[in-house]
Design a binder for this molecule. Structure first.
Ligand SMILES: C[S@@+](CC[C@H](N)C(=O)[O-])C[C@H]1O[C@@H](n2cnc3c(N)ncnc32)[C@H](O)[C@@H]1O
Length: 267
C-alpha cells in the first residue's frame, strides 16, 4: 500500500530521492528532454549569461546544490569557474564525475551529501549559489534556502532554476487546450523512449517529488524569503516546459500557459 503524502517524513523523502535517482543515473537527461530541447536550451544559455554578468567578479567559487549529472554544473565549468557540486545521490555524482573533461578537474569538487547536512559542515562563502530542479524534491525548501542565503558574498547571486510553478489556470477552455497539448507531447515522448529502449520512471517519483503534492512551488514565497534575507530580486521568469521544444513554444507563446519558473536574486 502506498504511503499517504501527509505522513511522509523528512527521512522518507530523502530515502525516496536516493532510490529514484539511483535508477536515473546515466539516462537522466535522456529521460528528461524538457531540460535539453531547443526552447529550454535557449533559456538555460540566457540564464547562465545573466548569472555570469551579475556575479561579483571577486573570484570566489560557485556552489551548486543538487547538481545531479551536471546540467548546469558543466556549463559553469566550461566558462572557467571554480565550482562545488553537492548531491544526495552517489550514482548521479558518479555520472557527472565521468563527464568532466580532465583539464577542468582541478576547478571541480563534488560532494555526496544532502543539502542540509552540507550546510552544517561547510562554512565557505560563494559568488553564486545555484539550484536546478531541486527544491521540489525537498521536505522543507524554505529552510534550506534560508540556510544558504548567508553563504553568499556581497554582490553574490542566488539562482533557482527549472522548478514546477504552483499556478491556477483560470479559463476552462485554455486549460483543456493546455491539457490536450500536454497529452500529445507526452504521447510522442513515450514513443521516443520506447524506440530508444529507455524506461520511464514517472510513477517512481511519487514521493521523491515531494512538493508536487502541493501543486508545485509558489515563487512569491521565495521572493518574500529572499527579500527578508536582504537579497534583491533581479528576475522571475515563468513559462511552460514540455518534453519537446515546439510544444513549449506553443504553450508559452500561443496558449500563454506556464508550469515552470526561474528566479534570480542578488545580495
Ligand atoms: C531532478 S534532479 C536535477 C539534477 C540537476 N540539478 C539538473 O537540473 O539536471 C534532482 C537532484 O537533486 C538531488 N537531491 C534530491 N534531494 C536532495 C537533497 N536533499 N540533498 C541533495 N541533493 C538532493 C537528486 O539526487 C538529484 O540529483
Amino acid at each position: 500500500m502506498s504511503t499517504p503524502e501527509s505522513t511522509l517524513t523528512r527521512e522518507k523523502v530523502l530515502e525516496e530521492n536516493k532510490r529514484v535517482h539511483k535508477l536515473e543515473d546515466q539516462f537522466y537527461l535522456d529521460r528528461h528532454p524538457e531540460q535539453t530541447n531547443f526552447y529550454q536550451a535557449r533559456i538555460l544559455r540566457k540564464t547562465i549569461d545573466r548569472v555570469c554578468f551579475e556575479m561579483n567578479p571577486s573570484g570566489e567559487s560557485i556552489l551548486e546544490l543538487g547538481c545531479g549529472t551536471g546540467y548546469l554544473y558543466l556549463e559553469f565549468l566550461k566558462r572557467g569557474y571554480e565550482i562545488i557540486g553537492v548531491d544526495l545521490s552517489t550514482e548521479m555524482i558518479s555520472v557527472l564525475e565521468d563527464r568532466i573533461p580532465k583539464n577542468y578537474r582541478r576547478r571541480s569538487r563534488l560532494v555526496v551529501s544532502d543539502v542540509e547536512t552540507f550546510a552544517n559542515i561547510d562554512d565557505k562563502k560563494y559568488s553564486a549559489i545555484i539550484v536546478s530542479a531541486l527544491l521540489h524534491h525537498l521536505y522543507d525548501f524554505e529552510s534550506v534556502i534560508k540556510m544558504y542565503c548567508d553563504r553568499l558574498i556581497p554582490g553574490g547571486v542566488f539562482l533557482i532554476f527549472f522548478e514546477p510553478l504552483k499556478q491556477d489556470i483560470d479559463t476552462p477552455i485554455r486549460y483543456s487546450m493546455h491539457k490536450a497539448l500536454a497529452d500529445i507531447d507526452e504521447a510522442f515522448y513515450r514513443r521516443k523512449m520506447t524506440r530508444k529502449r529507455i524506461s520511464i520512471l514517472e510513477k517512481e517519483y511519487h514521493h521523491a517529488d515531494y512538493q508536487r503534492q502541493f501543486g508545485g512551488i509558489d515563487p512569491d514565497r521565495l521572493t518574500g524569503l529572499f527579500t527578508k534575507e536582504g537579497l534583491k530580486i533581479i528576475k522571475v521568469e515563468k513559462y511552460c516546459a514540455r518534453r519537446f521544444g515546439f510544444s513549449s513554444f506553443l504553450a508559452t507563446s500561443i496558449l500563454k500557459t506556464q508550469n515552470t519558473f526561474n528566479l534570480l536574486a542578488k545580495k
